[in-house]
Design a protein around this ligand. Structure first.
Ligand code: 48F
Length: 267
C-alpha cells in the first residue's frame, strides 16, 4: 500500500481508459461470438488460443448460458465419451458414470470454460446484447461484415438509444434455442441461408441421441461470414433439442473453431 489516499477519480479514469483500450482493440475483429453458453465459450477458447482477435458478447452479467444448472437446477453436466477430452483438457474433473456416460460439476464446467476463454485472450463483453449485424455487397456477393451491439440494461429498460458497431470477419451465432441474431438477419434482409428452405427451419422436440450428433453436423457457415454453433445450429437446421447433455455443445464449439480457423488462414 502507498501512503497516498485513494482517489476515486483515478479509479474512474482507470476503468474508462482500460475499458476503451479493450473496446477499441475490437473495432476490427477476426471473430465475434454471440452468446457465452458452452458452445460459444469453447469456440472462444479455441480461436483465441490460435491467436485470432476474438470477442464474445453475452447479454447477461455472467457467462455460462444454460450450463450452470445441469438439468432442472440439479447442477451436474452429463457428457459422452467423444467429448470428455474437451473438459479434461480444460482441467475439469470428469467422472465415469457408466458405459459411455460421464459427469462433471456444472459450476466447475461453466467457470472453467469461461476462464479458459478469458485466459486464451478472448475479449469478453458481458451485459452486452447483439441487436443485429451489418451486411455488405462484396465482389463475391453479400456477406456479414459487422456486429451491432448495445448495452443490455438499455435493452431491458426499453430505452430508445442507438447501438454501436464493430467490424468482424466472422460472426458465430451461439445464442442457443432462440437463434436470435440469425432470426434478425432473415427478418430484415432478402437473404437465403444455407439450409433446405433458405430460412431458419426451427427446433423440434427432445431427442437426445439424434440431437447430439446433428448439432455437430449442423455446425456450419449458414450465410457468408456467419456460422451457427451449439443449440442454434440444431434450431437453424430443424433438428431436435437434446436436453441436459452437453457433449454436443462442446464438440460443436470445437468444430466451429476449426472451420473458422481454416477459413481465416485461407486453407
Ligand atoms: O443457451 P446457451 O447455453 O447456448 P448453447 O451454447 O448451449 C445450449 C445448452 O446450454 C442447453 C442445451 C443442451 O445442452 O440445450 O440449453 O447452444 O447460451 C446462449 C447464450 O447466449 C446469450 C444468452 O444469454 C446465453 O447466455 N444470448 C442470447 N441472445 C443474445 C445473447 C444476444 N442477442 N446478445 C448477446 N447474448
Amino acid at each position: 500500500m502507498t501512503n497516498q489516499p485513494l482517489d476515486e477519480r483515478i479509479i474512474t479514469e482507470a476503468i474508462a481508459d482500460r475499458f476503451f483500450e479493450k473496446f477499441k482493440s475490437c473495432l476490427n475483429l477476426d471473430v465475434a461470438i454471440v452468446g457465452g453458453g458452452p458452445s460459444g465459450l469453447t469456440a472462444a477458447w479455441k480461436l483465441a488460443s490460435e491467436g485470432f482477435n476474438v470477442a464474445l458478447f453475452e447479454r447477461k452479467l455472467s457467462l455460462g448460458g444454460g450450463m450452470w444448472g445441469g438439468g432442472m437446477t440439479w447442477n451436474m453436466a452429463v457428457v459422452q465419451e467423444e467429448s470428455r477430452h474437451i473438459l479434461e483438457e480444460a482441467g475439469i474433473a470428469v467422472s465415469h458414470y457408466r458405459d459411455g456416460y460421464y459427469t462433471a460439476d456444472a459450476v466447475a464446467c461453466t467457470t472453467t470454460l469461461a476462464s479458459r476463454a478469458c485466459l486464451a485472450g478472448t475479449k469478453v463483453f458481458n451485459c452486452t446484447s447483439v441487436e443485429d449485424v451489418c451486411i455488405r455487397e462484396e465482389a463475391d456477393g453479400k456477406r456479414v461484415t459487422g456486429l451491432v451491439i448495445n448495452s443490455s440494461p438499455v435493452e431491458m429498460a426499453g430505452l430508445h438509444i442507438d447501438p454501436v458497431v464493430l467490424g468482424t470477419r466472422c460472426v458465430i451465432e451461439a445464442t442457443g434455442h432462440d437463434t436470435e441474431v440469425l432470426k434478425t438477419v432473415v427478418r430484415k434482409n432478402d437473404v437465403r441461408l444455407n439450409t433446405p428452405s433458405g430460412k431458419i427451419e426451427g427446433e423440434q422436440s427432445m431427442w437426445a441421441e439424434r440431437a447430439e450428433s446433428t448439432t455437430v453436423e449442423n455446425t456450419r457457415e449458414v450465410f457468408p461470414g456467419m456460422w451457427v454453433t451449439g443449440m442454434a445450429a440444431n434450431a437453424t437446421f430443424g433438428s431436435y433439442r437434446m436436453g441436459p447433455i452437453f457433449g454436443g455443445m462442446l464438440l460443436s464449439g470445437l468444430r466451429v473453431a476449426e472451420l473458422i480457423a481454416k477459413e481465416l488462414r485461407g486453407e
